[in-house]
Design a protein around this ligand. Sequence first.
Ligand code: SF4
Ligand code: SF4
Length: 195
Amino acid sequence: MARYRAIRPDEGFRFKCIRCDFCCGTGPNVSLTVFDIVRMARFLRMDPIEFTERYVKVIIADLLPFFSLRDKGNGECVFMERKPNGETICVIYPARPMRCRLYPVIVESVKPERLYLDLMCPGVGQGPVVRVPRRLLEQYIAERRRHYDTLYRLVFEEGLEPREAAKRAIMEAWREAEEGAKWADLDYIESLGGV
Ligand code: SF4
Ligand code: SF4
């Protein structure tokens, strides 16, 4: 059986999170934009470059940097913690990346119609019929477009080395956030809904 099923942005699907931790505990592979990185760094009151060095995997492919969350070496997300009763929590939950907010919906590109459901999530097929939160999806798509546009500009127009471009893109987003950009407001992001 295929792991992913294509869905339309307006399509309903049954889902109820059963808190099994599969998504956070088995190699999160959460791709990040610079906006995700800045929201998390601000939440933890960390310098964004220090945050990136500590928690973000950066790989270079075709001259562009790609960011994803690190795991602890055992597949568990660096931000997943276990309480004494065995229950797990996300310690940056209010600032969690867009990928985590949308899961089990996977956004494959910068096109809103390219969506997939991860059928490995045991919550899919259970509970009530839900829909992809349209405003959150639009916000994420807009952030992804800006993220890649910025990196393309820095690498291919300004000629920066990819790792330098990565740092510059993060710092540009950081400055925007410090100047009060709406996307940096966690209450605003929360108001866009979640799956
Ligand atoms: S979203 Fe899915 S995989 Fe993640 S904890 Fe909930 S049920 Fe499990
Ligand atoms: S950031 Fe939080 S929600 Fe996302 S994978 Fe890590 S622990 Fe899970």
